[in-house]
Design a protein around this ligand. Structure first.
Ligand code: ARG
Length: 398
């Protein structure tokens, strides 16, 4: 799937109040460029937008942010990109406002639309290269390869350390804009489309869809108790303008065994998740692959020839896979240098007990593969497998 093809779907224009929706085919919607007089999608931002961008950047520079955005958004890059707009009308501010407003971000940038990865490549590329450990702008993401699912083992066969295992991927559905530009009717349309697809899933994947809007307290509590419900009001997403019309069009699907989940219209159009108790990565991965393949029979996912599967956040590009364990490693937790050393060597990411932006409690961490781009699905799983096995070896003291 080539980049120019997938942007060729209706584009929704909003006025500042979010009302007055108007659908225009994207080719017509592209404004003429002030430099080349062609519809290249690089038309100039308005003086008001430019002012907001300059003010935001100034205060961002004064912050003590350690984000990748802070590292790579130099004055030169900023000055080069501040006038540009994508074919969807998104500016640099639309991509970086979350990072500006939340200086404690780790990354600090989202692609306001699929075109942003190209128009603002001078800032996305170095961040992508840093996050995905060396994926250069001349590199191409490999073709999809789930590998031999039966060859993946259990990371903790004795069940001493791993509490649960999870494999998920993000997917964007062709024909729909990313969260900051999707309209309310498109959210509803995408949700109904997914409800139809999910209600048709076979065998072990069979389950129920729970829409967020109009959800009863009881259903909500059950989903919270199972840790299935996604966070509402994530400040990073909110300031990226990604929670518009919440909770409309959002929902959660899970199978009867509660081992297969799909999130609809949270951060990405879709999050496809397989999970179970214990360390059987093989079984978790097998169910994950089955689920993704079943859904892909009915839905076309956005894929970029260089960046693989396209997602709202650049950390999820490529395979878009995050394979993680909840693991109890109190000994290593008291020797953070060692823990970080192993994590770095195996490209693991360490998160707190309740996931991203949380602290660890009782030596329990959420540990996953960090890079998702530049290697195949199977390699992602292998990398995470070997890293976790190594961590357990050290925790055990052998
Ligand atoms: N924007 C947030 C940050 O920079 C989240 C980044 C990765 N997580 C995600 N859910 N996309 O810290």
């Amino acid at each position: 799937m080539y980049f120019r093809e997938f942007i060729n779907f209706p584009l929704v224009f909003r006025n500042r109040t979010g009302r007055g929706l108007l659908q225009i085919p994207v080719n017509m919607a592209k404004a003429k460029c002030h430099r080349c007089e062609e519809k290249c999608g690089k038309s100039k931002v308005t003086p008001e937008e430019l002012h907001r961008l300059e003010v935001g950047y100034k205060s961002f520079l004064r912050s003590d942010s350690k984000s990748l955005l802070r590292k790579y958004l130099t004055k030169d890059v900023f000055d080069k990109l501040k006038y540009k707009k994508t074919a969807f009308g998104s500016s640099l501010l639309d991509c970086v406002q979350s990072g500006f407003q939340n200086p404690d971000s780790n990354v600090g940038i989202y692609a306001a639309d699929a075109d942003s990865y190209v128009v603002f490549s001078d800032i996305f590329n170095p961040i992508i290269q840093d996050y995905h450990v060396g994926f250069k702008q001349t590199d191409n993401h490999p073709a999809l390869d789930f590998g031999c699912v039966d060859k993946v083992g259990n990371v903790d066969p004795k069940g001493d350390y791993v509490i649960s295992t999870r494999v998920r991927c993000g997917r964007s559905v062709e024909g729909y804009p990313f969260a900051p530009s999707i309209s309310q009717s498109q959210l509803w349309e995408l949700e109904s489309k997914m409800m139809a697809v999910l209600s048709d899933l076979p065998g072990e994947l069979k389950g129920t869809y729970y829409p967020l809007s109009g959800m009863t307290r009881e259903v909500q509590q059950n989903l919270i108790d199972d840790h299935f419900l996604f966070k509402e009001g994530d400040r990073f997403l909110q300031s990226a303008n990604a929670c518009r019309f919440w909770p409309e069009g959002r929902g959660i699907y899970h199978n009867a065994n509660k081992t297969f989940l799909v999130w609809v219209n949270e951060e990405d159009h879709l999050r496809i998740i397989s999970l179970q108790k214990g360390g059987d990565l093989g079984a978790t991965y097998k169910r994950f692959v089955m689920g993704v393949n079943e859904i892909e029979k009915k839905v076309r996912f956005m894929r970029h020839e260089r960046l693989g599967y396209l997602t709202f956040c650049p950390t999820n590009l490529g395979t878009a896979i995050r394979a993680s364990v909840h693991i109890k490693i109190p000994k290593l937790a008291s020797n953070m240098n060692k823990l970080n050393e192993i994590a770095e060597k195996y490209h693991l990411q360490i998160r707190g007990t309740s996931g991203e932006h949380t602290e660890a409690q009782g030596g329990v961490y959420d540990i996953s593969n960090k890079r998702r781009l530049g290697l195949t699905e199977y390699e992602v799983i292998q990398e995470m497998y070997h890293g976790i096995v190594e961590l357990i070896k050290h925790e055990r003291g052998s």
